[in-house]
Design a protein around this ligand. Sequence first.
Ligand code: GDP
Ligand code: MG
Length: 177
Amino acid sequence: SSLHDEECDYLFKTVLIGDSAVGKSNLLSRFAKDEFHLDSKPTIGVEFAYRNIKIGDKIVKAQIWDTAGQERFRAITSSYYRGALGAMLVYDITRRGTFENVKKWLHELREYGNRDMVIVLVGNKSDLVDSREVDAEDGRSLAQLEDLCFMETSAKENLNVEDAFLQMITKIFEIVS
Ligand code: GDP
Ligand code: MG
């Protein structure tokens, strides 16, 4: 089946979504390459990265799609979501508006995405303690209300990034296997 290839037991497509400049691309580069960039420039076209993860005696290949800045124009197409088993919905804890838009993103996810998609709500930039505009408790309550996993991360300081991705991938594994 298409879930299998030669090197891995499972291939999971997952997507990153959320407002512009919340740190999606840096979360991905941190997870996939352990890199952080002070100013990241969106490239043209959708990009994705892979990372192999061992769960028990199985090898899961996580294919993580990143937007190329289309979120700025709310122009993410349905093909971006097609076949995705998981989504990381990211907001920026220093910009309240990005948290308020989470509901819009959830709406889009539920319109285009798989019905049993695993969704992890991520409040990124937790290192910027002095500019915080969204309490962790607000993120946690919204996640509880919407039945999502929740985590605060810092791509910059490499806090919880691994955990957030692994939580999503492990949950998908539990559903699929
Ligand atoms: P995207 O548009 O959602 O892909 O966001 P980017 O990954 O391009 O990041 C936008 C800006 O936020 C860049 O200047 C990053 O360096 C910065 N950034 C991303 N993650 C963090 C973080 O965890 N902490 C801080 N302080 N800055 C971050
Ligand atoms: Mg980006």
